[in-house]
Design a protein around this ligand. Structure first.
Ligand code: TXA
Ligand code: MG
Length: 327
């Protein structure tokens, strides 16, 4: 990671800067950009390595699922399954400050790390012209949480972003003040009853007018300042296998999740290494996919090597502790 003294580059969001930002995103970089709600910290949502850099820059101790930003409805439908309520809400409020949480589509391209292992996906089509132009130029959905350090308030100017995130961001597109200044409203459309998960830029009464009925409140979403209990995110992926932490060697019948080649294992044992070179960002990128692959072997237990606690190690260890406790 860059030293904290490095300054982030801020560019006025003209055509040239947007094209440069899109090239950075396609190459796996992270770019802060204006939306009508707050500034987002964007990465190619299909690349786990790029998404891992977002979590590293935000300094968040756990993997919060991220909103995938799309530039048109076709892209949204490729990523998520829209029921009747979701279609109604998208037709009425997109582009705009509304996020819809829907089941992941079979054609979805957003990586598991961006979804924090959930089978649902949060989708938003922003109205801000810079955000729209950037997503279209990048040619992929952009995973983007608010562009603040974890626990800080959401940024509504490019200066706020620069003050919070220093040189960990490749580029900040300056599009002036965010007109709404408040995060998007989040609604879950996962079953027959749409539920309000986070109040935001679109008022409840406007949503209820479109739906034609009152909008119940669902389990509130985790935010930077209020992490919710792991059990509340009921649909979080939990391995079927038992998870044994801080392992140094594999017992018979165990599958191994290694880090930096620490696990001693029988020659025929199935073992995946999160990062052979001991890179914690690479390890975060591989975590969810590797857990699933190990679980799919049918092993009764997944033995996990010790993972260092620095940087993204905190979030990785948090996720592994939840997996170990989930049975
Ligand atoms: O206005 C906004 O929504 C801004 C701009 C940048 O678009 N983004 C934003 O992202 O506020 P973030 O990461 O700060 O908040 C996203 C919220 C989190 O509370 C997260 O837990 C929730 O969305 N979320 C994402 N995916 C979810 C899912 N599949 N199920 C439930 N909640 C989800
Ligand atoms: Mg936030």
């Amino acid at each position: 990671m860059q030293p904290a003294s490095a300054f982030a580059r801020i560019e006025p969001a003209d055509r040239q800067a947007v094209d440069e930002a899109a090239a950075i995103l396609r190459a796996g970089g992270i770019v802060a950009f204006p939306t009508e709600t707050v500034y987002g910290l964007g990465a190619d949502a299909t690349s786990a390595m790029a998404v891992a850099r977002i979590y590293a820059a935000k300094g968040r101790p756990s993997f919060n699922p991220l909103i995938a930003h799309v530039s048109d409805i076709a892209q949204a439908r490729r990523e998520g399954k829209f029921n009747h309520a979701a279609e109604q809400l998208a037709a009425a409020f997109w582009p705009g400050p509304l996020t819809l949480v829907v089941p992941v589509a079979a054609t979805g391209t957003v990586c598991e790390l961006a979804r924090a292992g959930l089978e649902s996906i949060a989708l938003r089509m922003p109205a801000h012209p810079v955000a729209r132009a950037l997503i279209a130029a990048a040619g992929c959905p952009l995973a983007a949480p608010s562009a603040n350090r974890s626990g800080h308030v959401s940024p509504t100017t490019a200066r706020h972003v620069a003050d919070d995130l220093d040189g960990s961001v490749d580029l900040i597109l300056n599009g002036g003040d965010c007109p709404v200044g408040l995060e998007s409203t989040i609604i879950a459309c996962l079953d027959d009853t749409p539920r309000l998960l986070r109040p935001g830029g679109i008022a409840r009464r406007d949503l209820e007018a479109v739906l034609g009925h009152p909008l119940p409140t669902g389990v509130p979403v985790e935010t930077d300042s209020t992490p919710i209990a792991p059990g509340l995110l009921a649909s979080h992926y939990a391995p079927k296998a038992r998870v044994r932490l801080a392992a140094h060697s594999l017992a018979a019948g165990e599958a191994g999740l290694d880090f930096g080649g620490q696990l001693s294992a029988p020659a025929d044992a199935f073992r995946l290494d999160l990062s052979e070179r001991g890179d914690i960002v690479e390890a975060a990128a591989n975590l969810f996919g590797y857990l699933r692959r190990l679980d799919a072997t049918g092993a009764a237990t997944i033995a996990v090597a010790p993972i260092p606690s620095g940087g993204l190690g905190e979030a990785i260890n948090d996720r592994l502790a939840r997996a170990a406790a989930s049975r």
